[in-house]
Ligand binder design. Structure first.
Ligand SMILES: Nc1nc2c(ncn2[C@@H]2O[C@H](COP(=O)(O)OP(=O)(O)OP(=O)(O)O)[C@@H](O)[C@H]2O)c(=O)[nH]1
Ligand SMILES: [Mg+2]
Length: 266
């Protein structure tokens, strides 16, 4: 993904003194041993975050790695989304949509790491899926994506009742940690029927409408809201760009917290 000369809001000459890549001080032979302690933490630890460090950008160094934790109820489509992302990181020049086979990602290969180029700089995005590792509360992510299934209202309620409280409890070490609410399976959204709306017109159907997802994300003080269908590819490119842009921002001094809700829904 390369969005060319687009500039980050508030990013002026920060690109000349970007965050120190996590591996910058580590000889290549030690990279593997060094990586795990960074991502895992003991409860109560507050590890130094890479974007607190600054150094001159050195193209010979490993690109900054941004850890993205994908959370949400079972079956909402998290793995399929990440699988779609692995294709979309190199977008098709003609913007063509599937059908094409999505790669099968094996849980034990986590994290799923994709290299992207954004603002003329390389980044490495490392995605962790909720299903494994089960001890995801010990991870120290740079960015969290809370997923729900647009066709299953209960999965949105879970974001409010389960996943947001979990994020606030386990990942409160960093106020700058950006959180996105992502509605998946957009292709399954159904208009509410008259019966569902009821006589007073105030009833709701099983499908979640964009304003409801956006409202919950906003009430939960999340930074971004987006929707897509990993199956049809609808809005995937836009969401992937937004994920990559947010991930890239986490490596700047300002971080990726937004002043207000930003939204990818059309
Ligand atoms: N219609 C439709 N189906 C989807 C979409 N994404 C995923 N699915 C289907 O939803 C089911 C669950 O998808 P997964 O990606 O395995 O869901 P998950 O959240 O990773 O599930 P767990 O790993 O069990 O937590 C599969 O049958 C997918 O084919 C989508 O965008 N549209
Ligand atoms: Mg899965």
């Amino acid at each position: 993904m390369n969005v060319g000369s687009t500039r980050l809001a508030g990013e002026t000459n920060r690109r000349l003194t970007p965050a120190l890549p996590k591996h910058a001080l580590v000889p290549p032979a030690q990279l593997h041993q060094q990586k795990q302690p960074w991502h895992r933490r003991e409860h109560g630890d507050t590890p130094a975050r890479p974007h607190q460090l600054t150094a001159m950008y050195d193209p010979s160094q490993e690109p900054p790695e941004v850890t993205v934790l994908v959370l949400g109820d079972a079956d909402v489509g998290k793995s399929t989304f990440i699988s779609r992302l692995s294709l979309g990181i190199q977008p098709y020049s003609d913007d063509s949509l599937p059908p094409y086979a999505l790669p099968v990602l094996r849980d034990y290969d986590q994290p799923f790491t994709f290299n992207v180029s954004l603002y003329a700089r390389p980044y490495s995005l490392a995605f962790y899926d909720t299903a494994s590792p089960t001890s995801y509360t010990l991870l120290c992510p740079d960015f969290i994506i809370l997923c729900y299934d647009i066709s299953q209202r209960a999965t949105l309620r879970s974001i409010r009742d389960k996943w947001l409280p979990l994020v606030n409890k386990h990942f409160n070490y960093d106020e700058a940690l950006p959180v996105m609410v992502l509605g998946l399976k957009r292709d399954l959204r159904q208009e509410w029927t008259d019966a569902e709306k009821g006589a007073d017109g105030k009833g709701r159907g099983e499908s979640v409408m964009p304003q409801e997802g956006l409202g919950l994300a906003s009430e939960g003080l999340c930074d971004r809201y987006a929707e897509c269908s990993a199956l049809t590819g609808e809005l995937c490119k836009q969401v992937l760009e937004d994920v990559a842009r947010t991930a890239a921002k986490t490596t700047t001094e300002k971080g990726a917290k937004s002043d207000g809700m930003e939204c990818v829904v059309m």
